[in-house]
Design a protein around this ligand. Structure first.
Ligand SMILES: [Zn+2]
Length: 429
């Protein structure tokens, strides 16, 4: 963290309390700057703008954003890196992140160092809003094998100290690490937090007592939220983020919903190419206003979400997102064409005793494959119970195959997804 990072954090902290009009002004200024940069420096965007006879000066307001065609991950990865990155930015000095490629292709995103730090500060703002102090110790789950990154200088003076826990290690290892580290804050994907809570409950451990728990990058279903809260006796705060967008929106300590970081990005919820009104579901498209090395302008994230019609009661000027219902790829498609979000599946399986871990994959031919890892509490008719509960969700003639497996493998670089559908879906936008 350098002096300008401190200033950036100060600015972000101040921004959250600004009036919506002031935030809109910040947003549009940042958008105009990014669009100009992308047009001048990135061949892909130059072509994209030219294809619709648009110039950066046509973007006068946020509503003008709709003049820019939408970009998908598939479009970007099909092009050589030099086509989609900025000419004036040295990629060797960039921070690189790789996104999940569970059902599609993974994409590498490049960030200038200052942009990357600023995006991290976007996460920090959410943590601080929930009462985290900079001197708290953090236990952070990571999808990668256990590594001990070199601490930053500020960690040596007791700020933002982090211990990385690898998702690939067993819960026993996490517990022993957490006992030594005694973090006040634990952050991680829902599945990691759930497995940790499960292990703590089984062991009867009571000495791991974080004051704050943040879940990230997956859907926090009601059951998981309640289970983790019951075990840790602390509320779980959900943050919606991704490699391409950073911290996109975060649950407010006071309001119902997630404040959208509109000073750092533009979030659109679309259906058939048009913005849907708050309260209605649509596809999430973002413009990352700090994506200078590899601009992401009107980029399809592949998530389905709903904006909230509520005006924030906390006094923050950032609008509220009601919920993220799931990834488009995670919606199960019935033979009738109807889409079902992953949520009911969490509810259906919670009533079956002895399920330690599960995953549902809908194959391209529509068959629903249910994999379960079971504990000793799983009863002899457990599989029939699973089927009966799933049948409550859909009365279609969807074929279900249940198998009890020893392990469900998780790709270390990806967030764990419990429901995956490989059935091709009609585009929402
Ligand atoms: Zn609020």
């Amino acid at each position: 963290m350098r002096p300008y990072d401190v200033l950036d954090l100060y600015e972000l902290m101040k921004n959250q309390w600004r009036k919506p009009e002031e935030l809109a002004e910040i947003q549009v200024k940042k958008l105009q700057k990014l669009v100009r940069h992308a047009y001048e420096e990135v061949p892909y965007y130059r072509r994209l703008f030219d294809s619709v006879k648009l110039t950066p000066s046509d973007i006068k307001d946020i509503s003008d954003l709709t003049k820019i065609p939408i970009t998908s991950k598939e479009q970007l990865v099909s092009l050589p890196l030099k086509e989609i990155t900025a000419g004036g930015v040295d990629l060797d000095y960039c921070r690189v992140t790789t996104t999940s490629g569970t059902t599609g292709v993974p994409i590498k995103t490049y960030y200038r160092r200052r942009d990357f730090t600023l995006m991290n500060l976007g996460w920090a703002r959410a943590y601080l809003a929930h009462g985290m102090k900079p001197w708290y110790r953090i236990g952070a789950f990571s999808g990668w094998p256990s590594i001990s990154p070199k601490p930053s200088w500020y960690e040596y003076i007791g700020l933002w100290r982090r211990k990385v826990l690898s998702s690939l290690d067993s819960p026993d290892i996490w517990i022993s690490e957490l006992r030594k580290w005694r973090p006040q804050v634990i952050t991680g994907y829902v599945m990691n937090l759930k497995l940790l809570a499960f292990a703590i409950q089984e062991h009867g451990d009571s000495d791991i007592r974080p004051q704050l728990i943040f879940s990230t990058s997956a859907i926090l279903d009601d059951y998981s939220r309640k289970f983790i809260t019951d075990v840790f006796k602390e509320k779980v705060v959900d943050i919606y983020g991704s490699n391409e967008g950073g911290c996109i929106a975060w649950e407010c300590p006071q309001c119902n919903g997630y404040h959208v970081n509109i000073d750092m990005l533009v979030l659109e919820i679309l259906e058939n190419g048009k913005s849907v009104p708050p309260g209605k579901e649509g596809e999430v498209v973002i413009t990352n206003l700090h994506s200078y090395a590899m601009p992401l302008i009107r980029y399809r994230l592949g998530d389905i979400g709903t904006l909230s019609p509520e005006v924030p009661s906390c006094g923050r000027g950032m609008p509220l997102l009601k919920e993220i219902t799931g990834r488009i790829d995670d919606f199960i498609v019935l033979p009738s064409g109807k889409r079902i979000s992953p949520h009911p599946f969490y509810h259906a399986l919670r009533w079956v005793r002895g399920i330690a871990k599960w995953r549902i994959i809908q194959e391209e031919n529509g068959i629903l494959k249910v994999e379960v890892v079971v504990s000793k509490d799983f009863s002899y008719n457990g599989s029939s119970l699973i089927e009966a509960n799933l049948r409550k969700i859909f009365d279609d003639k969807l074929k279900i195959e249940i198998s009890i497996v020893a392990e469900i493998k998780q790709d270390p670089s990806q967030k764990f997804r419990s429901v995956i559908s490989k059935v091709k879906k009609a585009d929402l936008i």
